[in-house]
Every structure is written in structure tokens, then in C-alpha cells.
Design a protein around this ligand. Structure first.
Ligand code: PLP
Length: 413
């Protein structure tokens, strides 16, 4: 039965109680049960983000003159994260999420190419098979052609030879990931950015999941492949704050090394009865809540806070990798560069394993090819590693060995 529009008012306590009731069926993400979708640190940060979010919830970043507070917070976030990523004064903006950041980077590349080559009637992007679907979505919306290039079968990183071979006369953008979502490995960015620069093609580093993770992994003494603006030829990056920035949902960054490239992002329209309209992003109204929460979260955590969160996530990842090694029939794919892990099996039904784990309250994703189970390991998983591995062991015993149909893979619905 569809619900009808409420003909009477409901007291706030009842409304909130109802939300709590509905949420009781959600995955128990505060207890580390979700290995996708959620990045949770602790209740102290959660409260701060909530209060900062509320402080900005009704404000609108579309107008910097009405809301200089949001303008200042946006500028400072761009500068702080740019400082972390080898570009202290980047051009760009805060967006609603990784997909919007990616959409804008693709649109910027297209519009720049279109300005440089006014006669061109088609544009093309080269990306590794592991690059996020948001690039294909953007290319679909913006009518660009794409070539998804197979990754190296052993390392699961972009294959530089095949990537370069895929470049055409109308290629405007090369995409690489730091790291890739499916396998958590960083593509050979130094090599590919140089190839792109040599051909005057833009190079976008998708650091949606890694931009607020890899810099701290490196500072903890682990070797991280070069991936940011310190690499010559990297022209833009996407960095999600609502992932390993651990801030509230609805905050990501698109960054450009050079304002002469970033200038192609903004949309300006002055043939409207409402007056001149100018928007940097895909959205019109820009919610102040996520911006205020992101600014607050970064200030509150600072370098020590992020290092501590990354230390916890790395320790949990190592324990999970060791545990997987010790479960008969499972193996880790590639060598993860950070805290995203994929594991496969030669004979177990991975679909069965995911279902068995789901029955035990864990949310993890089946992906492929190559067929594997994906885990995004965050700080809040450090307390559940033993329980996870013991349940995984049981799930593997319970999952019957059966051949797998690739057609059934997929969890994003
Ligand atoms: C999550 C993610 C995206 C998309 O970000 P959304 O915030 O979900 O839109 C893009 N690229 C990578 C590598 C990601 O992990």
C-alpha cells in the first residue's frame, strides 16, 4: 500500500523514533559489519560531524557572497588537501561525491579539447578496466567514446603498453586510479602521466578512495607508488572526503593543477529572466552541511588523527590478509597497496561465501572478473578482525563448492 500525504502533523520525537526503527534493519556499520559504503571512525568524530553538518544544513554554497563561510571552508579544504597531494594551491571545487567529481573532470577535459580543436566531432577516453563505472557514466552522459583496457593479469594494475596502444587521435583524457577500487592497487601513474603529457592529453588520477589514505600510508613508512600532483603530467584528481576522509556523506573534491584547465568546469548562463547564472558544479544548490562537516572533520583529526586511523586500518588489513592466507581454498588477488583487499578461491563458491557471511551480519561484495570478494578495510574494522576471520572460516566450510556463473556477479543495485 502506498502511503498517502500526511493529513496531520507528527511530533518530532515520534518522527525520530520511526527513523531509528527503520534504521534498525540496516547493516551494523558502527560495529564494523560493512566492508563497503561506510567509513566510520568513532562516536566522538560522528558527533562532531553531526553538529557541524547541522550548523551548515540549511546554507547554500551556490552563493559565495551570501555564504562567505562556505566559500572560505571550500577554499581551505581545497588548499589543505592540495597540500597533502603535492599541489598547495589547486583549482577545483567540493562536490557531492566521487561520481560528480569524475563527471566534472571528464566534462572539463571534453570542453578543453573542444576549445583546442573546434572542428573535432568526437572525443575519447582511455581507462583501465578497473577504473570506476562513474567514468563510463560520465562518458555516456557527455557523449564521449571510451576504451576500457585490460589490466595486467598478474598485478591487476593498468598495463602501460596496452593503455598507450589504446590512445587515438581524438583521445582527450587518460584515467588512472590510486588505488583501483576492485583490487586496491595503484596504477603505474608516473609512466602513464608522462605518456599522456607527451601527447598533450590530460591525465586524471582517480583518488576517490585513496586520496585521503595513501598520503598517510606513505607517512607511516610504507612504500606507496607516486600517485599525486608531484608526478609530472597529472592534471586533475578526484578525492572523496566521505570515504577515507571519514567525513559525512556528500563531500568529494575535484582538483586541477592548473586554473587554465579548471576554467572549463564552470557553467555560466546569461540568457535567463532570473539574471546571470553561474555554477561551478553539476548541482545548483550546494548543501552547506557536508562542506561544514568536512571542514570540521579535517581540522579535528589533523595529521595525528588521520595517522592513527590509517594505522588502525592497516593493522586490520594485515591481520585479514594473514587470516585469508590461512584459510584453505582462499587467496589474495595482487598485492594491495593500502587497505582495499580482494580475495578469490579456486574451488569454493564465492557467491555462497558472501551469502553465508551475509547471514552472519557481514556486508561484503562479490565482484569480477576475476571473480573475487571485495573488502574495504577501515579503522573501525580493527575490533572485529577475529570475529570476521572465524565467521569467514565457517562460511567457507558451509559454502558448497560449485562452478560460478559470472552473470550473477554484482551488488550495486
Ligand atoms: C567510490 C569511488 C568512486 C565514486 O564515488 P561516489 O562517491 O560513490 O560517487 C569513484 N572512484 C573510486 C576509485 C571509488 O572508490
Amino acid at each position: 500500500m502506498p502511503v498517502s500525504f500526511p493529513i496531520s502533523a507528527t511530533p518530532s520525537v515520534d518522527v525520530l523514533a520511526k527513523i531509528e526503527e527503520m534504521q534498525s534493519n540496516d547493516v551494523h556499520w558502527r560495529d564494523g559489519r560493512a566492508f563497503a559504503y561506510v567509513y566510520y571512525a568513532d562516536s566522538a568524530l560522528e558527533s562532531l560531524l553531526g553538529e557541524a553538518y547541522l550548523a551548515g544544513a540549511s546554507t547554500n554554497g551556490l552563493s559565495r557572497s551570501a555564504f562567505p563561510s562556505l566559500g572560505q571552508m571550500e577554499d581551505e579544504i581545497l588548499e589543505m588537501v592540495g597540500d597533502l597531494l603535492g599541489c598547495p594551491d589547486p583549482d577545483g571545487s567540493i562536490t557531492s561525491g566521487g561520481s560528480e567529481s569524475i563527471f566534472l573532470a571528464v566534462k572539463t577535459a571534453r570542453d578543453r579539447a573542444s576549445a583546442l580543436h573546434p572542428d573535432a566531432d568526437s572525443f575519447h577516453i582511455v581507462l583501465p578496466a578497473s577504473a570506476h563505472p562513474a567514468f563510463s557514466k560520465a562518458a555516456h552522459f557527455l557523449r564521449l567514446e571510451t576504451t576500457r583496457v585490460p589490466v595486467d593479469a598478474r598485478t591487476l594494475r593498468a598495463d602501460p603498453v596496452l593503455m598507450v596502444e589504446a590512445i587515438r587521435a581524438n583521445t582527450v583524457l587518460m584515467v588512472v586510479s590510486a588505488p583501483s577500487y576492485p583490487h586496491g592497487v595503484v596504477d603505474p601513474i608516473t609512466e602513464l602521466a608522462a605518456e599522456a603529457a607527451f601527447r598533450n592529453i590530460l591525465c586524471h588520477v582517480d583518488a576517490c578512495v585513496g586520496g585521503m589514505l595513501l598520503p598517510f600510508v606513505g607517512r607511516l613508512g610504507r612504500t606507496v607508488p607516486n600517485f599525486d600532483f608531484s608526478v609530472p603530467g597529472v592534471t586533475s584528481m578526484s578525492v572523496d572526503l566521505h570515504k577515507f576522509g571519514y567525513t559525512a556523506k556528500g563531500a568529494s573534491l575535484v582538483l586541477y593543477r592548473d586554473p587554465s584547465i579548471g576554467a572549463y568546469q564552470r557553467f555560466i548562463f546569461d540568457d535567463w529572466s532570473g539574471g546571470k547564472y553561474s555554477a561551478p558544479n553539476l548541482t545548483g544548490t550546494r548543501p552547506g552541511g557536508p562542506i561544514a562537516a568536512a571542514w570540521a572533520g579535517i581540522q579535528y583529526l589533523g595529521l595525528p588523527g588521520y595517522l592513527q586511523l590509517v594505522r588502525r586500518a592497516l593493522a586490520a588489513t594485515q591481520a585479514i590478509l594473514d587470516g585469508i592466507d590461512n584459510i584453505p581454498g582462499l587467496f589474495v588477488l595482487g598485492s594491495p597497496d593500502a587497505t582495499l583487499v580482494a580475495f578469490g578461491s579456486a574451488h569454493l563458491s564465492l557467491k555462497g561465501v558472501v551469502e553465508e557471511m551475509s547471514r552472519r551480519g557481514w556486508v561484503m561484495g562479490l565482484q569480477g572478473p576475476p571473480l573475487s570478494i571485495h573488502l574495504t578495510v577501515t579503522a573501525s574494522h580493527d575490533r572485529v578482525v577475529d570475529e570476521l576471520l572465524s565467521d569467514l572460516r565457517d562460511a567457507c566450510r558451509a559454502a558448497v563448492a560449485e562452478p560460478e556463473a559470472m552473470g550473477e556477479v554484482g551488488r550495486y543495485s
